[in-house]
Design a protein around this ligand. Structure first.
Ligand code: ADE
Length: 230
């Protein structure tokens, strides 16, 4: 069973529409839709926004659905000049940019008393996602790299610069690293796939709404292709 956590309601609904034998269950306010997607058993859910929702959602996928892998889709703000609106980032790893115990001498992003703070995505899932992108959305640029997450929608250039200088990441969003950490704690492989909706600067909120519909279309095509490869 593959767990798919989508950030956007329309995206999750579109995937659920393509599933056969859908069974919906509401847990912790989240609707888990289980069924067959392109011949694979899958459960699709919208976690809601932010790291706490994302972590709770992932734990439910582990405990109740015993998923073999978790894939997180959605949109993100670009942190690299060469990664533009519309491009896709496939996670090599993920960390929380707002984890800050620097007052105790820890480096930014390091979780005190955890052996790992940078969560490495499953290599097979990374390769499968890149192949799925090439086949399903060949017109879109695909990048592999670090995803940083925090409970902040980044819209100012100073914060953007700090994230770039500190973490050398490809994109920023609000759930991926929490899903990665919850997956790590449960010994489950994970992958984050994000379509770039904005450049994480002053124009971010405007670009975001314009881009959402297109991102959903790409993400659905991609997931349907990817699921048969994993
Ligand atoms: N998701 C999409 N764009 C984002 C941004 N600029 N900051 C955080 N999350 C995002």
């Amino acid at each position: 069973m593959i767990g798919i956590i989508g950030a956007m309601e329309e995206e999750v609904l579109a995937l659920a529409d393509m599933m056969e034998g859908v069974e919906s269950t509401k847990i912790a306010g989240m609707v888990f839709k289980k069924g067959m997607l392109n011949g694979r058993e899958a459960v699709v859910v919208r976690s809601g926004i932010g790291k706490v929702n994302a972590a709770v959602c992932t734990q439910i996928l582990a405990d109740i659905y015993h998923v073999d892998a978790v894939i997180n889709t959605g949109v993100a703000g670009s942190l690299k000049n060469e990664i533009n609106i519309g491009d896709i980032v496939v996670s090599s790893d993920a960390l929380q940019h707002d984890m800050d115990a620097t007052g105790f001498g820890y480096a930014p992003g390091v979780i005190p008393r955890m052996p790992v703070s940078v969560f490495v995505a499953d290599k097979k899932l990374v390769e499968a996602a890149k192949a799925a992108c090439t086949e399903a959305v060949p017109e879109i640029g695909v990048f592999e790299g670090r995803v940083v997450s925090g409970d902040q929608f980044i819209t100012d250039k100073d914060t953007k610069k700090r994230l770039i200088d500190t973490f050398d990441a490809c994109c920023t969003e609000m759930e991926g690293a929490a899903i990665a950490q919850a997956a790590y704690l449960n010994g489950i492989p994970f992958l984050i796939i994000r379509a770039i909706s904005d450049k994480a600067d002053d124009s971010a909120s405007m670009d975001y709404s314009e881009f959402e519909r297109k991102a959903i279309e790409h993400s659905v095509k991609l997931m349907v292709n990817l699921i048969q490869r994993v």
